[in-house]
Design a protein around this ligand. Structure first.
Ligand code: PHB
Length: 404
């Protein structure tokens, strides 16, 4: 057994190499130099993120947050120098098979980090389950990724689509709203976020007046806004993100609805988008696992460092990228940088307790975050903390048999 914490696989390889060198010395074969062992090689991270399209800023924020963490660790994770590869998934699930084989087959990455869009992430989960490649999801909330399709090699550092939305049911009911209309894009994340909200809201006794949808990533909101004007619900619950969220919030305000029909949603509606939304966002209340002014040292240090490195305000996507690197640092650190010691890496990641800018972050048996969900209000370009909507929220992880 080696003294440098190597896993069995590497020990065997080293043994083979020594055996080969010994055999070569005993015969007249030339002795080849022993190639660098895995631990000396760079740890390769493959980003699969949207770098173009309506979710591009979110992907770029994740990328920036991850790289910030690595820079703070002197370019290393778990003591190993890090190298990067990246592909643009364009938020299109059909790009996934080619992009996965590019990252895993051509670039030989050790871990794939992606993505933002739930449909893309579900396609990635399928490949990860087939190939056993390590996958960390730094945003996409598709419930099944840490539910029915959970797997030892799949972790998520963000949220499930149910998670930030279930607590909103109580928030809106307690604000006095009884009849609510929902509006979102017609795809996995939209359906599941609205589903989480409806579960919480109907449990309280609230009623859904109508569910409005349009295809992802369309931004022609006028017909939906006209319908909302006719319906006159007590309030609206909306999920859009990135460029789509900027446009929806502006159109809603421009139609004069914001005062008569208060607008709520998961924090994605105003996170990473609030600067572009300007005053149109003021007063919008959202629930999320983050608020800009969370008063903890990790958040203050993160926001200052992000601003310095990127020249922009931090947001939840950047936090998720940062925490993804932190999780890998813990996994790799536990084995002295030996990624091949897969079981030990996974055990360390399962037990990770991260002092995140979002507050305390740990992981469920399904590898999904356990985290506080905060109620926030958009005020002058900030998603300001109002209260903790629900503490230490865990996704139900329906159908997951990990750790059962
Ligand atoms: C998703 O598709 O899961 C998704 C996309 C953008 C967000 C949040 C979730 O901001």
């Amino acid at each position: 057994m080696s003294s440098d914490h190597r896993g069995a696989k590497v020990v065997t390889r080293r043994g083979l190499l020594h055996g080969f060198a010994g055999a070569a010395a005993a015969s007249s074969l030339p002795v080849f130099p022993i190639p660098a062992l895995a631990q000396g090689a760079r740890f390769k991270v493959g980003f699969m993120l949207p770098y173009t399209g309506t979710l591009a800023k979110l992907g770029q924020s994740i990328d920036n947050g991850f790289r910030l963490y690595v820079e703070q660790k002197g370019g290393r994770l778990g003591g190993r120098q890090v190298a990067f590869a990246q592909v643009d998934d364009e938020s299109k699930p059909e790009t996934v098979p080619d992009n996965m084989s590019r990252l895993i087959g051509r670039d030989k990455v050790d871990v794939v980090v992606g993505s933002v869009h739930s449909g893309v992430a579900m396609a990635m989960v399928k490949v990860a389950r087939d190939t056993r490649a390590m996958l960390i999801i730094p945003n996409a909330g598709a419930n099944d990724a840490t539910g029915l399709l959970c797997a030892p090699n799949i972790f998520r550092t963000s949220f499930s689509n149910w998670q930030p939305n279930f607590p909103m049911g109580k928030v809106m009911y307690e604000a006095g709203h009884r009849n609510v209309a929902t509006v979102t894009w017609r795809y996995t994340a939209g359906q599941e976020m609205v589903g989480g909200f409806k579960e919480g809201f109907s449990k309280m006794g609230g009623k859904i007046v109508e569910d409005l949808v349009l295809p992802f990533p369309e931004v022609e909101f006028q017909a939906l806004i006209t319908r909302l004007t006719t319906l006159k619900p007590d309030a609206v619950f909306a999920f859009f993100a990135g460029g789509g969220a900027v446009r929806f919030v502006k159109d809603y305000e421009a139609a004069g609805l914001k005062r008569s029909i208060p607008l709520y949603g998961p924090g994605f509606l105003t996170d990473g988008t609030i600067e572009a939304q300007g005053p149109a966002a003021d007063g919008i209340r959202t629930t999320l696992h983050y608020a800009d002014n969370l008063d903890n040292p990790a958040n203050k240090a993160f926001l200052a460092a992000f601003k310095k490195r990127v020249g922009q305000e931090g947001n939840i996507y950047a936090v998720q990228g940062f925490d993804t690197a932190a999780l890998l640092d813990i996994g790799l650190g536990a084995t002295g940088g030996d990624w091949a010691a897969r079981d030990a890496v996974i055990t360390a990641m399962e037990g990770a307790k991260i002092d995140s800018p979002r507050g305390p972050l740990s992981f469920s048996r399904a590898h999904n975050p356990i985290q506080n969900i905060y109620l926030r209000e958009a005020r002058k370009g900030r998603n300001a903390l109002v209260s903790i909507a629900q503490e230490a929220v865990t996704d139900p992880a329906l159908g997951c048999r990990l750790g059962a």
